[in-house]
Design a protein around this ligand. Structure first.
Ligand code: FNR
Length: 182
């Protein structure tokens, strides 16, 4: 039976570079894996009062994440950290206390930027949060994809062959990691 990797992107933007990487991965999933996109754009801003009332968007999101075999985060960098929408999703999944949907889930991170350091700051801030949430995050290879705007075609699709090969290798390592820690 195939396993499911959920992709959560840290960008809500139409034509997002993170979404472009997600599209490439959806079309090039590792053998034996299905890819499911988890949409975080409609999640109300986390408020601890909601632990009592559970908004329906939170329930759906938590159920979707719980059902995954692994989670892959693809994110831009906002002011050397992760976008607020992504932190919001991480916080929502972590509550109510003791019922975190992240606990023990295999994970991996790809960061991207038009800049030269490929979202290193976001990647490592995310790594810090995931360590606390007990997401079993792939350590190597790391994925910081710089100058992303130069790697796409006129439709925004990832077209650079070296980057495609790099992502293929990254996914293969992630699949091995998921098998190892599951
Ligand atoms: C950015 N961007 C950015 N880039 C970067 O390399 N380091 C940074 O600290 C920031 N900071 C930042 C803050 C804010 C508020 C915005 C809107 C943008 C640029 C941004 O991360 C870049 O355009 C991403 O590649 C866009 O990714 P998506 O949204 O297309 O997936």
């Amino acid at each position: 039976m195939s396993k499911t990797i959920g992709i959560i992107t840290g960008s809500l933007r139409k034509g997002s570079f993170s979404g472009s990487i997600a599209d490439y991965i959806k079309n090039n999933a590792p053998a034996g894996y299905e890819i499911k996109t988890i949409d975080i754009s409609g999640l109300p801003l986390y408020n601890q009062d909601y632990d009592e009332v559970n908004p329906k968007e939170y329930v759906t999101f938590r159920d979707e994440v719980k059902a995954l075999d692994a989670v892959l985060f693809i994110t831009p960098e906002h002011n050397r950290s992760i976008p607020a929408a992504l932190k919001n999703a991480l916080d929502i999944g972590s509550r109510p206390y003791g019922q975190s949907v992240w606990n023990g889930k295999p994970g991996a991170i790809i960061s991207q930027s038009p800049g030269g350091i490929g979202g290193f700051g976001a990647n490592h801030h995310l790594r810090q949060v995931l360590a606390f949430l007990n997401v079993l995050t792939l350590a190597q290879p790391e994925a910081y994809i710089g100058a992303y705007h130069t790697l796409i075609d006129e439709n925004g699709a990832l077209s650079n062959e070296d980057t495609q090969k790099f992502i293929d290798g990254f996914l293969s390592a992630f699949a091995d990691w998921v098998e190892k820690v599951s």
